[in-house]
Write a protein that binds this ligand. Structure first.
Ligand code: SAM
Length: 237
């Protein structure tokens, strides 16, 4: 409290040119790990903004942690998935290369993509008022996803060939006692390969769910799945 902080670069640009704030205006700062700081702009110029911190509040985000494991789609589709998933409340994003994923990234390209997606996640968290900055992993393998999903007490594979269980019905079963952590798995444009489907279905606490009779694009399916989650068990209910 009472400290001054200098915000430069992207933050200064966002404050000045996007939010169009000026000296004397209030604003909220966040550390991405649950702390929010009310502040006031003391002075601002094209390169930097100096703010006075007025107070600090610890905040939480309601609902279980939700992770999105997304098989790498083509092109820049993953950019939109990261942005929108952060807006609707995802906690953790694991891009992975599945058998039918088209992109095959070199280690340096994978690192560059992860850096780009983390920047997109930060912008989306800032714009949507997230308190916790979602983590975005470097693109991993199918096995990395199986390993990372182990602690989740609910794993939802969104499967267009699933005809028995609809997402709404599956999620309503968890209303009485919501899971502590959920893993949502979405395939690439070409879908999950049969052998991937078998390995996923063999996991403990796994359920295959349908998003209805139409085939959704991977980016549509990812956001539809997270939306259903937030509406049924997350912080939209
Ligand atoms: N195999 C699909 C086809 O025949 O065109 C393509 C897969 S779809 C473009 C990409 C991913 O979105 C799928 O792997 C699945 O995870 C999800 N998805 C799409 N439509 C779905 C639906 N109706 N129900 C559940 N998941 C769906």
């Amino acid at each position: 409290q009472g400290e001054r902080r200098e915000l430069a670069g992207d933050d200064a640009h966002y404050i000045r040119s996007v939010l169009r704030l000026k000296a004397g205006d209030p604003l909220l700062l966040f550390d991405g790990a649950g702390l929010e700081f009310a502040a006031r702009i003391e002075r601002i110029d094209p390169k930097k903004a100096v703010v006075e911190v007025l107070n600090r509040t610890a905040r939480t985000e309601a609902g279980p942690r939700i992770s999105l494991a997304q098989a790498l789609p083509k092109g820049v589709t993953m950019d939109a998935i990261v942005r929108k998933a952060v807006e609707v409340g995802v906690s953790h994003i694991l891009p992975f290369v599945s058998l039918r994923s088209v992109p095959r990234l070199s280690p340096s390209a994978a690192a560059a993509k992860a850096d780009r997606w983390r920047k997109i996640a930060l912008e989306a968290a800032r714009q949507s008022g997230r308190i916790f900055l979602p983590s975005v992993e470097q693109p991993g393998s199918f096995q990395d996803v199986l390993d990372a999903s182990a602690p989740a007490d609910l794993k939802l594979i969104f499967w267009e060939e699933e005809s028995r269980s609809g997402a709404r019905e599956v999620l309503s079963l968890w209303r009485a006692k919501p899971p502590s952590a959920c893993f949502v798995l979405i395939g690439p444009e070409g879908g999950f390969a049969p052998e991937e489907g078998e390995r996923l279905r063999a996991l403990p606490f796994v359920t295959a769910v349908s998003l209805g009779p139409r085939i959704l694009r991977a980016d549509t399916a990812a956001i539809a799945a997270l939306t259903l989650w937030q509406a049924a068990l997350g912080d939209w209910c």
